[in-house]
Design a protein around this ligand. Structure first.
Ligand code: MN
Length: 511
């Protein structure tokens, strides 16, 4: 079987999803899980975006082994030098440089001639090559580029030393037959292409990202750029789990394999969803809540008699937990730690200490703590940046005949502060009281609440999206059996992120 290389861009393109803003700890936790998942290349970020992004790429580069770490750079020396700097400690560094090749982008965005772009591509690849043997070149908006010109640029990149050529469908415009044909034509017309790996990066604007990627693979692409849960700019990227499981479920048809450990897929999906704050739609292929749920009586009957009657993939293969009940009041620190390890979490002693304290609090309110509860709780700890504001206590009075009022106690840099406020509902009152203490100017854009598990004593998870004065959005998440407490925690989490982010708006290039 031929090997397909999985290039994961969850931390770069995925992180560019509207509203997503991962901090360095969250990125590292995801990167470590991607290694366990078995991806070949982790695109860790775009170092030129901000000092914070550069630091995150450097941290990941220095912390993960046995995997290629890629950093994105536009086709200019400044970006490439910054990428090299960030990758200094990587075991297997790759610089990924890109420039547009479509006339639409050349005329309206870059304002450069075709010859200028070709030269920029050549010089960028040369520069990157002087730093690392592994250089990827992307022709942005390739699918809308004139093919003869595109092939000339690609040939120049090969000549300059590129080892991977990426053909992105940047705007998600391609359709499968045409895109497969496109890749085949590029193979036929680009001198030297047999020496390099062909890659594709498909967007899902028409819901065809995975189909287009598969068409490319059948026509010679051997690297696929994907993101967990299909997150990314606009409608997102090709979903890692869908592509990998299609190649797996239909391996006799395709005859390709990947290095992915499929039993890590479900856990990775959960982790990414939780840390990015982007929920997975219920009917999402492979990892959606309903993916293995059988509602029709006929189907249920069939599955009970023989699973394969209505299931093409055994949920065990992607690591869907078979039992959920785990820990309770009497569980000790050791059981807690080892269960977390089984769920794929590696925490520092400090993180473990606070997470265990919250676990014990939760046990007082809820009898059985499921894997989902644990995950929600631990993710909240991982997400936490050194907080400026911490919730100490909360008192709310609300009902149909009273004015909703909240009294809140926070610590601000460890000093206790108390405030009270009224609102049109208890959450509004809580948020107004918090605003009085923090004095951070921001607007609440979205507020969502969900039960982590079933049952009336379920843990509530609140996710808020908050826009800062500078126009950036931050997600905050809070969990508790008390939804008002979860609401307060979520908002405080987001406000802490605004305060901690000193970088301001980021450069967000799109390949
Ligand atoms: Mn993209």
């Amino acid at each position: 079987m031929d090997r397909i290389y999985v290039f994961d861009t969850t931390l770069r393109d995925g992180e560019q999803s509207p509203g997503v803003n991962l901090n360095i700890k969250e990125k590292l936790q995801i990167a470590k899980q991607l290694v366990r998942l078995g991806v070949d290349i982790i695109e860790a970020g775009f170092p030129m975006a901000s000092p914070g992004d550069a630091a995150a790429v450097a941290k990941i580069a220095g912390s993960v082994k046995g995997v290629t770490v890629a950093a994105l750079a536009r086709a200019n020396f400044g970006d490439i030098d910054r990428a090299r700097e960030a990758l200094r400690e990587a075991e297997q560094p790759r610089i990924h440089t890109f420039i547009s090749t479509s006339d639409i982008h050349l005329q309206h965005q870059l304002r450069m001639s075709r010859e200028q772009v070709l030269e920029a591509a050549r010089e960028a690849v040369k520069r990157a090559k002087s730093y690392t043997a592994d250089v990827e070149f992307s022709a942005m908006d390739a699918s809308r580029s004139e093919i003869d010109y595109l092939c000339r640029v690609l040939a120049a990149a090969i000549e300059a030393g590129a080892t991977v050529l990426n053909i992105p469908d940047t705007v998600g415009y391609a359709v499968p037959d045409e895109f497969g044909e496109f890749i085949r034509t590029i193979r036929e017309r680009t001198p030297g292409i047999e020496k390099v790996t062909i890659s594709v990066h498909c967007h899902n604007d028409l819901g065809l990202a995975v189909a287009n990627t598969l068409a490319a693979v059948q026509n010679g692409a051997r690297q696929v750029e994907v993101a967990v849960n299909g997150i990314g700019e606009r409608a997102g990227n090709a979903a890692l789990e869908e592509l990998v499981m299609t190649l797996y479920a239909r391996r006799s048809l395709y005859g390709f394999n990947t290095g992915i450990k499929t039993e890590e897929i479900f856990r990775t999906s959960k982790l990414v969803s939780s840390l990015t704050g982007m929920p997975v739609q219920y009917n999402k292929a492979i990892v959606g809540k309903n993916s293995f749920a059988h509602e029709s009586g006929i189907h249920q009957d069939g599955v009970l008699k023989e699973r394969t009657t209505y299931e093409i993939i055994d949920p065990k293969v992607i690591g869907v937990p078979q039992s959920t009940l785990v820990l309770g009041k009497l569980s000790g620190r050791h059981a807690f730690k080892s269960r977390l390890a089984e769920l794929g979490y590696v925490l520092s002693e400090e993180e473990l200490k606070t997470a265990f304290a919250r676990f014990k609090e939760l046990c007082d309110r809820k009898k059985s703590i499921t894997d989902e509860d644990l995950q929600a709780l631990v993710d909240e700890e991982i997400r936490r940046i050194p907080p400026t504001f911490e919730l100490k206590y909360l008192h709310v009075s609300s009902g149909t005949t009273v004015v909703p009022t909240a009294t809140i106690g926070l610590t601000v840099h460890d000093k206790p502060v108390e405030e009270a406020a009224c609102g049109n509902g208890p959450v509004d009152a809580i948020y107004k009281a918090i605003d009085k203490i923090t004095a951070v100017k921001c607007t609440l854009e979205t507020y969502g609440i969900d039960a982590v598990t079933g049952g009336k004593d379920a843990v509530g998870s609140v996710i808020v999206r908050v826009r800062s004065e500078r126009g950036q959005t931050f997600l905050g998440r809070g969990i508790s059996t008390d939804v008002l407490e979860a609401s307060a925690r979520a908002y405080i989490d987001a406000v802490n992120k605004i305060v901690a982010d000193a970088n301001g708006p980021k450069l967000r290039p799109e390949v």
